[in-house]
Ligand binder design. Sequence first.
Ligand code: FAD
Length: 644
Amino acid sequence: MTQVERHTYDVVVVGAGGAGLRAAIEAREQGLRTAVICKSLFGKAHTVMAEGGIAASMGNANPRDNWQVHFRDTMRGGKFLNNWRMAELHAREAPDRVWELETWGALFDRTKDGRISQRNFGGHEYARLAHVGDRTGLELIRTLQQRIVALQQEDHERSGDYEDRLRVFQECTVTRVLKDGARVSGVFGYVRESGRFFVIEAPAVVLATGGIGKSFKVTSNSWEYTGDGHALALLAGAPLINMEFVQFHPTGMVWPPSVKGILVTESVRGDGGVLRNSDGKRFMFDYIPDVFKEKYAQSEQEADGWYADPDNHRRPPELLPRDEVARAINSEVKAGRCSPHGGVFLDVSTRLPAEEIRRRLPSMHHQFKELADVDITAEPMEVGPTCHYVMGGVEVDPDSAAATGVPGLFAAGEVAGGMHGSNRLGGNSLSDLLVFGRRAGLHAAEYAAELGTDDRPRVSAEQVDTAAAEVLRPFSVEGGEPESRTENPYALHQELQQTMNDLVGIIRRASEMTEALRRLADLRQRSRRAAVEGHRQFNPGWHLAIDLRNMLLVSECVARAALERTESRGGHTRDDYPEMDRRWRKTNLVCELASGDGELAAVDPADGQIRLTRRDMPPIRGDLLALFGKDELLKYLTDEELDT
Ligand code: FAD
């Protein structure tokens, strides 16, 4: 029998970014014993890296803003593939979540008359992003952590134990969601430093593990983002949706090579920065798609007028949704009109006084000075697309964040699918984390509270043994003949990243994705022989060998769904199907584990794999459709949908 450390809680939250912390706070506030687990140090998550701000229609910058306008923008940004109920809840509840943060101590930048300042971002009709310079995520996480500490202090006063009802397990990786029959019974994982195993028994598990970017070579994502939550859900029997939609942020650093992919915040463009090609041309005017023509300026003069007088000017095309800008940059580079290191120029130095740039964009100023020896107050930056965010994720019930088909499993934040449709608007992630993190925590707590003591699912010893054997496998792989030689996890990871970058990247073709699937199958076979040396105490090679299972599963979902969707929409661009096709608008592609029932059988990476099905979304509610003009709806909905 495997040696494990055991704990029992009511709710386990996997992930300590914005979604995880907000979920944990809510579950604890409902009075339930809650554990939070994170791979890295507490406080270090993608959320902390978020720069630009939180989108919420508080109406501080423009009183005409309201939830309906935010909803419209979100649906347009997602090209109407969004789960409309999630988009509605998000737009309605985001302002409350921002004000709540303020009551918990967040210090947002202010307007001159003392209200929370809101800045412009791509695809948002009005200035809508509450921010703290370009370090908004840091303030968000700081505030949520402070709230957790406050709750722990309350518990200490009550019981003498700070961790009585809310405990953080940091530097721990969860490798399996455990089940008792159909229901969730807890999680299995290991402590990264010691390699010791642990099991947390709990009837409710909230996945809040963030993104999948580390499957791609050029990415803004950090080491933790190996699609763990996506894979954990699949392995537990829950479906993923929309996995073909991966956001390539238009502006990542392109030079020097060691920092390629690191994000250059959209705030640079929101605050006036412009994109130019090697001819000095402000090229975005050539790339305004028909669906957005009425909303975007046609000349530099009109675009520049918008910053001071948005009511009487149309928006600059640099502020089109991210998918449009990323494709435009890609086309300029392909046409040879690129910067010396294969990007384009992003210039704020000629647009704002140096002092103002340092005040509004302190992190960007620091980042370019330190990493590229570029002073952004005096010269342009070189930028190009970088894999940034996954719109696809766990299929959830919009109101409760419950994962489809697995009682006790919930998901929120980037790991959940549906909210952003085919493309996420900047700033809509931080608000998504808070709105759905809270909902997930609330409903997980309610679910757990309703179970009687005798009715709680149990963790079986066999499941624990199987989960342990799965993660220990890389220590016992032995090499042999050339065809069964051992494999280096780092080399496999590099090949995977190159495959996804080159063949399932920003522009896709059927032949390349078919080749990607072939290579992924080969990598899966080889990953069975991924071997590591040494022991379980902090062993990064071992950790990567475990993470490979997740990246391979998730990459297959992305490639299969991308091959199936024969149109271009949002974060999915097909060279061989360049048009958006209205018939695809209401179809979700659903990925499930082919082996089916999510029993805790060890996954054989050579066969498992993904079953893909098409599922129609429910029709958009009439009062929400009425927020759009008929002419606009005609661009997205089929005639039959419009008639009903
Ligand atoms: P994360 O914050 O990514 O946290 C995931 C957590 O899960 C981490 O604690 C991690 O350790 C843990 N975890 C993962 N796997 C496991 C496992 N197996 N076991 C245990 N724990 C695990 N969005 C905006 O709206 N506005 C912005 O300005 C903005 N700027 C961004 C800038 C950068 C550089 C990046 C990378 C993203 C930015 N985003 C922005 C996107 C946004 O930050 C992320 O989408 C969001 O923070 C994701 O939050 P989350 O809570 O879902 O997950």
